[in-house]
Ligand binder design. Structure first.
Ligand SMILES: [Zn+2]
Length: 247
């Protein structure tokens, strides 16, 4: 009898496990972001005075700011984007003001959309102008935040000809995701990023006619149709008729 019960229990657990494998993902926004395990925000200061004033107001100590950004020289942080970790007090102030990150639940190992609220794709995966367009084009205003679709390791950051400023992230099971035409790349090669973490900003760098994110998913080097792997997007379905080459 006991053996049968154990068998039933194991069988039930096996059935239930995939259902329970859900994770909570925090989505970075314009106010609260994450980098190298710290909560703060990517910011750019024109002068050292501005930098000092803002650090005193919202951040931790200067050595910690330098450490998070992997530098020992403050000069490198002026004029370009650096990550400013928030002090505990400033985190509490934000919380008191109702500013927080959206928490979503998704199945473990599921991709999320790299840009929030995508309602239109100007190009989908498929043959375009006689050659394969290997991803999705998501029109978005310049400066829209780009999120890591899954946790992984940044394997390249830089300028890639027609793709402009781009980032590639390697994920479990030999998946690589690619984010192109950015205006700013925040992360650095070798960084480990969390799903939902901001990695850069949308732009129109490289061979691009307007501000948009070109997004690819590859498996063992082979480009896949991201629409087969991204979660259902109700906003997008509304505008299905506007897709140029919807299959
Ligand atoms: Zn494209």
């Amino acid at each position: 009898m006991r053996k049968i019960l154990t068998g039933v229990l194991i069988f039930t657990l096996t059935l239930c496990l995939p259902l329970f494998a859900e994770v909570t993902v925090l989505l970075d926004n314009e106010h609260i972001q994450e980098y190298r395990g710290k909560v703060g925000k990517w910011m750019r200061f024109a002068t050292k005075n501005q930098f000092d004033a803002e650090i005193a107001r919202i951040s931790t100590t200067l050595p910690e700011v330098l450490r998070v950004n992997g530098t020992d020289n403050i000069r490198g942080l002026i004029g370009s984007y650096s990550f400013i970790p928030y002090s505990e007090k400033y985190c509490k102030d934000l919380e008191a003001g109702g500013i927080k990150r959206e928490a979503i639940t998704c199945k473990e190992d599921q991709f999320i959309w790299p840009v929030k609220n995508v309602a239109l794709l100007t190009s989908v995966f498929g043959i375009r102008w006689g050659k394969l367009h290997e991803g999705l084009d998501m029109p978005s205003p310049r400066g829209t935040i780009v999120l890591a679709v899954k946790s992984g390791k940044v394997v390249s950051v830089g300028y890639a000809g027609g793709y402009g400023k781009e980032i590639r992230i390697e994920h479990r099971n030999n998946f690589i995701t690619r984010y192109a035409h950015n205006s700013v790349n925040y992360v650095k090669e070798g960084d480990f990023v969390k799903q939902g973490q901001v990695i850069g900003l949308v732009g129109s760098s490289g061979n691009s006619t307007g501000s948009h994110l070109h997004f690819e998913i590859r498996s063992n080097g082979i480009p896949l149709d991201p629409l087969d792997l991204l979660p259902e997007n109700e906003l997008l379905h509304v505008k299905k008729s506007r897709l140029k080459n919807w299959k």
